[in-house]
Design a protein around this ligand. Sequence first.
Ligand code: SAM
Length: 213
Amino acid sequence: MKCVDVEMLELPQLLQEMERYAVAHDVPILNENGRRYYAQFIREAQPHRILELGTAIGYSALLALSLAPSNCVVDTVELSPERYAEAQANFARTTYGKRITQYLGDAGEVAARLAQEGRTYDFIFLDAAKAQYPDYFRKVTPMLEPDGTIVADNVLFRGYVHHPVMMPRRFETIVQRLQEYLKLVQTPPYETEIFPRGDGLARTRVRREGGTI
Ligand code: SAM
């Protein structure tokens, strides 16, 4: 029998290691400001079922589980087989990994499949292809529980979304789609707060009848 020796690490130690790895290998995980906001959103929402589009090496999934209730689970989607495998290896290094289900594939396609299967989530994190955010939003909203939260990273995209002056042409589509996304999430019944530090995070919730979120 082959014995696989997986080193079980304390989560803060693993997260720090992943932060260093991301810097050294240019992996775009949540930046320092993004982490702070994301941690605050998870603490406030106390979610039980998280859907994440854009796993990368698994940093934000583990950060969320470190702050969520102990029965919280994460479904996370990644397009790149290499990143999927790196995340899988990281998840295997902590007991939190048992509560994470990974999907390899296009986030929009996987989200549509999960919706068809009748899945629901109380916290959804959009962090895959920025130009696809409007499409992701349309696909994930049927799965959002009534008091749920949708968080999207990079919504201000280097400041160009609000100030597209001197913007390189290659960013035009991304910026237009992010502008479209911000319109969608600010149209009732949705209400959105934008946290401008970092690359811009948007937190969206459904306005309750006769009240505020
Ligand atoms: N959420 C991660 C974190 O903070 O630890 C960072 C995710 S990173 C910003 C975006 C990831 O989305 C990349 O790993 C990229 O390979 C993946 N991605 C890009 N396009 C995608 C798509 N169409 N479907 C699924 N994943 C995609």
